[in-house]
Design a protein around this ligand. Structure first.
Ligand code: PXL
Length: 258
């Protein structure tokens, strides 16, 4: 039977990112997708217009309801919005330790719109990193979480190592600077794995970070080892970016049929 995977994330009304992207990826990867909503965005491919966070108690209630009936084989977190929600998610997950946890430390959207409050990075660092099987920061998020300036591949690797010291079992650094490739680094207990892919000239990419982390969660739910899951997820996102077609007037979403 298809394993169940849970995303704890924000809603993207345009369907390209957030929990909608996660559910599409889970389905495409042969998993049964479930979603706990943290916040609701009003957005399209051009801009995020409004963000409404749910009460933290509503998030707690969703996690409890899902878990008591359909315990997931893997969990992914996306946009959590504000410290009260981060605390609620961390506490509820810590009380139910078990399945692998993929933390996508969402702070800012592709449009440059903040998807979390100013104190979110510190909260993510202290509450979620220690629970993470893997955390998947882009450079901006890596900088905010590590407190280190990142201007080179060596600095990116050092900052990634810092997140492991802070408690994440593994770190996927996305978009290493200075490479001719779309290069990511996976830092885990076995060392560093380089993941290069061709740099694509595409207007698409809305939801690529969400989809990458969701594909890792889906593969972990299917029992793949972490490195295998990440290599698969990188291939998923690269293919979905390569065949994305324009949709809407801004950043087009990925092609989940790729
Ligand atoms: O891609 C980050 C992201 C996560 N979650 C939600 C989003 C976005 C980007 O727009 O809208 C809800």
């Amino acid at each position: 039977m298809a394993p169940s995977v849970l995303t704890i994330a924000g809603s993207d009304s345009s369907g390209g990112a957030g929990l909608q992207a996660d559910l599409k990826v889970f389905h495409r990867c042969g998993c049964y997708g479930m979603s706990v909503v943290t916040l609701v965005t009003a957005q399209n491919t051009r801009a995020v217009r409004r963000i409404d966070c749910l009460p933290a108690e509503a998030v707690r209630a969703q996690i409890a309801a899902v878990w008591e009936d359909l315990p997931p084989a893997a969990v992914k977190t996306g946009a959590l919005g504000e410290p009260a929600i981060m605390r609620a998610v961390a506490e509820e997950l810590a009380a139910r330790r078990g399945p692998p946890l993929v933390v996508d430390p969402v702070l800012v959207s592709k449009h440059g719109q903040a998807l979390a409050s100013a104190d979110a990075a510190a909260c993510l660092r202290s509450l979620l990193l220690p629970l993470a099987t893997i955390v998947t920061p882009n450079l901006h998020e890596l900088q905010a979480l590590s407190g280190l300036a990142i201007d080179s591949a060596a600095a990116a690797q050092r900052a990634g190592a810092r997140l492991r010291e802070l408690g994440a079992a593994a770190v996927l650094v996305k978009g290493v600077p200075g490479s001719p490739f779309a290069l990511d680094l996976l830092l885990d207990a076995d060392g560093v794995l380089e993941l290069p892919a061709p740099r694509l000239a595409t207007g698409a990419g809305h939801g690529s970070g969400c989809s990458y982390a969701a594909a890792i969660a889906a593969q972990l739910a299917r029992g793949r080892p972490l490195r295998t899951a990440v290599v698969y997820a990188k291939a998923y996102v690269t293919a979905a970016l390569a065949s994305a077609l324009p949709r809407g007037g801004g950043h087009a979403p990925l092609d989940h049929w790729a």
